[in-house]
Design a protein around this ligand. Structure first.
Ligand SMILES: Cc1ncc(COP(=O)(O)O)c(C=O)c1O
Length: 370
């Protein structure tokens, strides 16, 4: 028996009764769009991220799109972000009509480098989007300090519940930025049974605008102050997520414990670099990502021994064909390009047993002849 990269059925089996009961309540009410489960989830996520306002929306991509619109980012504007992220981060910038401007990552934690971000700022920069990659918070505080006066949208799609100590206080994912965005894609630590997203902010005017933008730009039915989107969170998804929310901390702790187990098991392998988590950070390990020598060969070996794995992400965004118009050449962001050649993510989901972890470890060690 192999080990999958992720086993959603194992998690569902452990909470099936709670989730199905919550879903059936919505079904019996026949109220499917927004409504009380969404409001309760919004309150829960505002609490979890220690922010005043939370606004549910259709997915994490829309959460970014709506956030940029709420900040009046549009045609002719520039938005600085990392090229080493999931496509949606830069796709949202393009789709509001703005220009993605990339800046390289810090090789230790894969997150946007504050110095590189500051160097990429021009008079046209309207916002900056750091991404909390793989579950570790980006240094949003340092980035905000390096680019004073520019709003920061924290793409926290992979980091719900993670913390970072800033000035002696544990700050939550989404809290330190002007706006924070979450995804409830099923593979996230808090995943729905379909798509879903959430936006958090401490600014009331932004929250009001975001609520309007998600319902076609008008709060009064059939009257529209601006052109918005249909980007509402389903009541069914909210009900599922509300049922899962009380388990989140325990699940993320189990991921951390699995990560620590791997860290110890790989410590003597010179060709394997385990994730480095900044001393100030508590990661939620949405992914456990190694940097390794002979990455593609190792991937082939894992596959042949039935071990699930994935490369997040094989081609940095500045080299994607759709962004050729931005004019970046290979070599423009060496750390992102090197990361794309070296990274490999292993199974780290909370339901993994010791036997499965050992199977993964054995396969990796076997490849390096140890
Ligand atoms: C970093 C990042 N940003 C944005 C998204 C987009 O989220 P969604 O798939 O919910 O649209 C994701 C998730 O897939 C992500 O990992």
């Amino acid at each position: 028996m192999g080990v999958p990269l992720l086993d959603l059925r194992a998690q569902h089996a452990s909470i099936r009764d709670e989730v199905v009961a919550a879903m059936m309540q919505v079904v019996d009410c026949q109220a499917f769009i927004l409504g009380s489960p969404v409001e309760l989830l919004e309150a829960g996520i505002a609490g979890l991220s220690n922010t005043r306002f939370a606004i549910g929306c259709a997915n994490g991509t829309d959460a970014l799109l709506l956030s940029l619109r709420a900040l009046d980012v549009g045609h002719g504007d520039e938005v600085v972000t990392t090229p080493f992220t999931f496509f949606a981060t830069a796709g949202a910038i393009h789709n509001v009509g703005a220009r993605p401007v990339f800046a390289d990552i810090d090789p230790d934690n894969f997150n946007l480098s504050p110095q590189a971000a500051a160097a990429a700022v021009t008079p046209g920069t309207k916002a900056i989007i750091p991404v909390d990659l793989f579950g570790q918070l980006a240094p949003v505080d340092a980035i905000a300090a390096a680019v004073p006066g520019i709003p920061v949208v924290e793409d926290a799609a992979q980091s719900i519940g993670a913390t970072r100590e800033i000035a002696g206080r544990k700050v939550r994912a989404g809290e330190a930025a002007t706006i924070g965005t979450f995804s409830f894609f099923p593979s996230k630590n808090l995943g729905g049974y379909g798509d879903g997203g959430m936006i958090v902010t401490g600014t009331e005017e932004l929250a009001t605008r975001l609520r309007r933008l998600r319902v076609h730009g008008g709060m009064k039915t059939y009257y529209h102050e601006e052109v918005g989107y249909n980007s509402r969170l389903d009541a069914l998804q909210a009900a599922v997520l509300l049922a899962k929310l009380p388990h989140l901390e325990k699940w993320s702790a189990a991921r951390r414990s699995n990560a620590a187990y791997y860290d110890a098991a790989f410590a003597d392998l010179a060709d394997v670099r385990t994730p480095s988590i900044d001393a100030a950070n508590v990661s939620i390990y949405n992914q456990y990502t190694l940097r390794v020598a002979r990455r593609d060969e190792l991937a082939g070996h894992l596959k042949s021994t039935g071990i699930g794995h994935s490369v997040y992400y094989p081609l940095p965004l500045h080299l994607q064909p759709c962004f050729a118009y931005l004019g970046y050449a290979e070599g423009a962001f060496p750390e992102s390009e090197r990361a794309a050649r070296e990274v490999l993510s292993l199974p780290v989901y909370p339901e993994l047993g010791t036997q499965q972890l050992d199977q993964v470890i054995q396969s990796v060690r076997q490849f390096y002849g140890r």
